[in-house]
Design a protein around this ligand. Structure first.
Ligand SMILES: NC(=O)c1ccc[n+]([C@@H]2O[C@H](COP(=O)([O-])OP(=O)(O)OC[C@H]3O[C@@H](n4cnc5c(N)ncnc54)[C@H](O)[C@@H]3O)[C@@H](O)[C@H]2O)c1
Length: 259
């Protein structure tokens, strides 16, 4: 039976844990918080990371070095080129695999197919979220107040996807996921708009290459328990676990793996 560990004991992994325990033939070994020691390959097959970018920097390299596979939700951590090199480059025998979860967006499969055929020309994402969900500690007081009041549309970021993912660590994982899928860290752009009408949250993706274009619009209902976060993300993690179980030959629910 597939043994699953959860790095981060917050909202996403809480929903994921209940879904696995109620509906899947996998065993949740435990949810590991900030102060907990992490398991190794003797106890776990895969760890789902849903913690923070900082937790990725501190803990994921050690997990991979110990041979544990990791499904990553805090994808914005990969906006840092050094972290990317450490986690994705130079495969070493016996090292765990890093699997990046699609999280809150779709269309990345086709973006990757276009990229496999050759470099892409243009890659962009625009995310529209309710203003109060976009308040960041580094923002000036008056901007924070404006966002909390939530009455006006404000463009909060419009630039390199990697930089935007680092400035909005809880809201722009999608920008990093797109830049990664498109292999376009140098030119992918992300725009974040605080929009009083953005319920549901809306992501608009555009990528163009020699063989075609992807234009994808994804609309996500906010999680009822955590309005800042999209409810679908925990289910994207469950989908990733299902495909992982199928591809590794563990008992899984019926259905096809999609890569
Ligand atoms: N890829 C995507 O599309 C996508 C979408 C939404 C959220 N996310 C990311 O998923 C992550 C989790 O989101 P959430 O809503 O569950 O957050 P959350 O705040 O509910 O939970 C995070 C948990 O991580 C724990 N944590 C912090 N540092 C840790 C460490 N060093 N080791 C272990 N645990 C640690 C915290 O105690 C907390 O319980 C965030 O980084 C968020 O940005 C990604």
């Amino acid at each position: 039976m597939l043994r699953v560990g959860l790095l981060g004991d917050g909202h996403i992994n809480g929903v994921l844990r209940r879904a696995v325990e109620e509906t899947r033939p996998y065993r949740v070994v435990g949810a590991f918080g900030r102060k907990d020691a992490l398991p190794g390959t003797a106890d776990v097959d895969v760890i789902v990371e849903a913690a923070t970018q900082q937790a990725v920097r501190e803990r994921v390299p050690g997990l991979l070095a110990g041979g544990v596979d990791v499904i990553l939700l805090s994808v914005g951590a990969l906006a840092d080129p050094a972290m990317r090199a450490e986690l994705l480059d130079s495969p070493i025998a016996g090292r765990g695999r890093l699997i990046v979860c699609t999280g809150a967006i779709g269309g990345l499969d086709q973006v990757r197919a276009l990229r496999a055929a050759g470099p892409l020309r243009t890659v962009s994402i625009e995310s529209r979220k309710l203003p109060a969900s976009l308040v960041q500690p580094w923002m000036a007081e008056d901007l924070q107040a404006e966002l909390r009041a939530g009455r006006t549309e404000v463009v909060l970021a419009d630039g390199r996807a990697g930089e935007v993912a680092q400035r909005f660590p809880a809201s722009a994982n999608v920008a990093a996921a797109l830049a990664l899928a498109a292999d376009a860290w140098d030119f992918a752009t992300a725009r974040i708009v605080a929009d009083p009408a953005a319920d549901p949250t809306r992501h608009e993706i555009h990528a163009a290459g020699d063989l075609g274009e992807v234009r994808a619009v994804v609309e996500n209902a906010p999680s009822p328990e955590r309005p800042r976060s999209s409810a679908v993300v925990a289910w994207a993690a469950l989908r990733a676990l299902d495909d992982y179980a199928r591809l590794r030959g563990f008992p899984a629910v019926s259905g096809a793996a999609f890569l």
